[in-house]
Design a protein. Structure first.
Lengths: 316, 310
């Protein structure tokens, strides 16, 4: 990044075509990427017009009738938009808070334990779930919390409790999702914080130790405050994506189980479902646009904040 | 980085356990126990499902999940490898992952090289062109209509690969790496008259193997774990991926029974439809376990290189 800012174009001023001719092969090398972005990223942006149409699959994008804001009116008139917007935000806030705390705690504990075989082994183990697809995780979840054969219910029954029918009890799902998120991601998330802790100057710790600080004191007075910047930055960046639900997770785990929608249905699953059930494409596109627009302004705002906070962290 | 890590080693283990104060010893013990417990929790589902998949069907139904079942059996694995469905899905998943990753790495490396060459005047504008796609998107509906109606990728194996070819994020990660390669290397090759593609493949790529391995693994994992494309665009059962078969099994126990019947030994009385579900999940994560040492090395390394940006 810095390098580019310093480097000055060495050649004389040329027009657009001169530049293309001079670096023709370099522009050819990036052509596949550009074509890809045009077809799969920019053309769908044009496709947003569907949000303002009464989309008819046979007539297609160019033949369907324009209906103005009708799709949006229909979506915002019902109560569902509030529900899915709330769920998206609520679940993401839960994930960000619990995930950050879990990762930071793990990172601190691992770095405090130093480097030995025990720590290495445990670290390898706790990163592992991150690589497993949510489809497999959903299969595991069934094994654990399935209604009559699940592992958890067997234990509950053994201690004389009443088995819980998890897949029809929507109120426990935010908790279940948070637990799965931590199980899957906390160990992996800790890596960034560990890198930050390792980067802290050792002289600070040595000085504290000479002054007679205990280990808990060095953790709370040195490590935690030093991690503050990293935590704020990473939190900011995830807040930028707060309007996008964790589709892969929620759809694989909950799927089309409407009994759980009241707490788990997020914008992404809502749109996906309406595509699959061939509901109104126009309305789904309208919901998608609502999400993209708010998401866009959130990311822009958050990136601006992050840039102010730590200039190196933003790509642009 | 390496130096700093070494420093921390001397700091944290510099004071041997027996010389610590009592409070500090307690801290070590408590932390060790918590870390060990968390990794047990991380591992337990895998162990439980692996054991259950090796349990006799009737025993599993009767006793539920046990760490030590009363009767073992490999019938489920026999059945899934005798069936047509799973081996075929395996081949599809492997094809998609291998071909997809190679193509993705190729176009990402080519594009990133241009972005990292300072003589390209429009490189920052082009970079923004890619960055913008990370900020704003048309959403699922237009993409769906584009792929299924206008590109005719429905029921084609390429629907898994082509729409996922490029992730701009990986491009920017790779660019950080390319930028660190000394400009003089490229310059001297150019003076010798080497064309740009030769510089890329002969000089830049061999120097970037760790970075390529990292983003290659990102791509590979993404291809391997994909199921949404199958759900949206594939009707032909012959083109299902492993992950999608799992999705189908979760939704509908009958799909497991179907596999069980397909691969049933004429001698077996009960088709092992229940254990087959679990065995399918296990064979799906098999390659990941196999590749885990690499995954760990390069993912962790890549995450640190990406630093806070990750």
């Amino acid at each position: 990044m810095k390098k580019e800012a310093v480097a000055v174009a060495p050649h004389k001023k040329q027009g657009f075509f001169g530049e293309i001719r001079q670096n023709f092969w370099l522009y050819m090398l990036i052509m596949p990427c550009i074509l890809f972005a045009i077809v799969f990223k920019y053309i769908p942006m044009v496709g947003i017009v569907i949000a303002f149409q009464d989309y008819n699959p046979i007539k297609g994008m160019f033949g369907s009738e324009f209906v103005g804001l009708e799709n949006f009116k229909y979506f915002f008139r019902g109560s569902q938009w509030l529900q899915i917007t709330f769920n998206t935000l609520y679940l993401n806030v839960l994930f960000i808070i619990t995930g950050t705390i879990a990762s930071v705690v793990i990172a601190i504990m691992i770095t405090e334990l130093g480097k030995n075989l025990f720590v290495r082994f445990n670290q390898s183990v706790m990163i592992f779930p991150n690589f497993i697809s949510y489809a497999v995780v959903a299969m595991f979840a069934q094994a654990f919390i399935g209604s009559d054969d699940g592992y958890v219910n067997r234990w509950i029954e053994m201690f004389g409790g009443n088995p819980i029918s998890f897949y029809s009890e929507s109120s426990v799902w935010p908790l279940i999702l948070v637990i799965i998120r931590i199980w899957k991601g906390a160990g992996y998330g800790a890596i960034v914080y560990m890198a930050a802790i390792v980067g802290i100057d050792n002289g600070v710790y040595e000085a504290a130790r000479i002054d007679g600080a205990s280990r808990m004191q060095t953790i709370f007075r040195i490590t935690v405050p030093m991690l503050k910047d990293t935590v704020i930055l990473l939190t900011l960046l995830s807040v930028g994506n707060i309007f996008y639900g964790d589709f892969g997770m929620i759809y694989t785990l909950v799927g089309d189980n409407s009994m759980l929608f009241s707490t788990t249905d997020v914008i992404d699953t809502y749109v996906f479902r309406s595509i699959r059930t061939s509901g109104s494409m126009g309305m789904s596109a309208a919901v998608g646009l609502y999400q993209s627009l708010i998401g866009f302004f959130l990311v822009i705002g958050v990136n601006a904040l992050a840039k102010k906070f730590s200039p190196e962290s933003a790509i642009f | 980085m390496a130096r700093k890590e070494k420093d921390s080693e001397t700091l944290r283990t510099g004071q041997p356990f027996h010389l610590m104060s009592r409070g500090d010893k307690m801290v070590t013990i408590v932390f060790g126990v918590v870390i060990a417990l968390f990794s047990i929790v991380c591992l337990m589902p895998f162990v439980l499902v692996v054991i259950a998949s090796f349990t006799d069907e009737a025993t599993l139904v009767r006793e539920g999940y046990r760490f030590i079942p009363s009767k073992w059996s490999i019938e489920a694995y026999k059945a899934i490898f005798r069936s047509d469905t799973i081996p075929r899905a395996y081949m599809i998943s492997i094809f998609v992952t291998v071909v997809g990753t190679v193509l993705s790495l190729l176009i990402t490396a080519m594009g990133t090289y241009t972005l990292s060459c300072t003589q390209v005047r429009y490189r920052n504008k082009i970079a923004f062109f890619f960055y913008f796609t990370m900020l704003f998107n048309g959403g699922m509906v237009p993409t769906y209509i584009l792929i299924s109606k206008y590109l005719n990728l429905r029921d084609s194996i390429w629907v898994y690969i082509i729409p996922a070819l490029l992730n701009p994020w990986n491009m920017f990660m790779l660019r950080n790496f390319f930028n660190d390669i000394p400009e003089a290397l490229k310059e001297s090759a150019r003076l010798e008259g080497a064309p740009e593609w030769l510089i890329l493949f002969r000089i830049i790529l061999p120097l970037s193997l760790p970075a390529l391995a990292t983003i290659g693994l990102f791509y590979a994992l993404n291809y391997w774990n994909a199921w949404m494309e199958a759900m949206l665009y594939i009707d032909d059962e012959k083109l299902y991926t492993l992950q999608y078969i799992i999705m189908k099994i979760i939704r509908n126990v009958n799909s497991a029974t179907q596999i069980a019947v397909e691969g049933a030994n004429t001698g077996t009385v009960v088709p092992p439809s229940y254990t087959i579900r679990l065995a399918t999940a296990i064979v799906t994560i098999g390659p990941i376990i196999f590749l885990y040492p690499f995954l760990q090395k390069y993912f962790v390394g890549g995450l640190k290189v990406g630093g806070v940006k990750g």
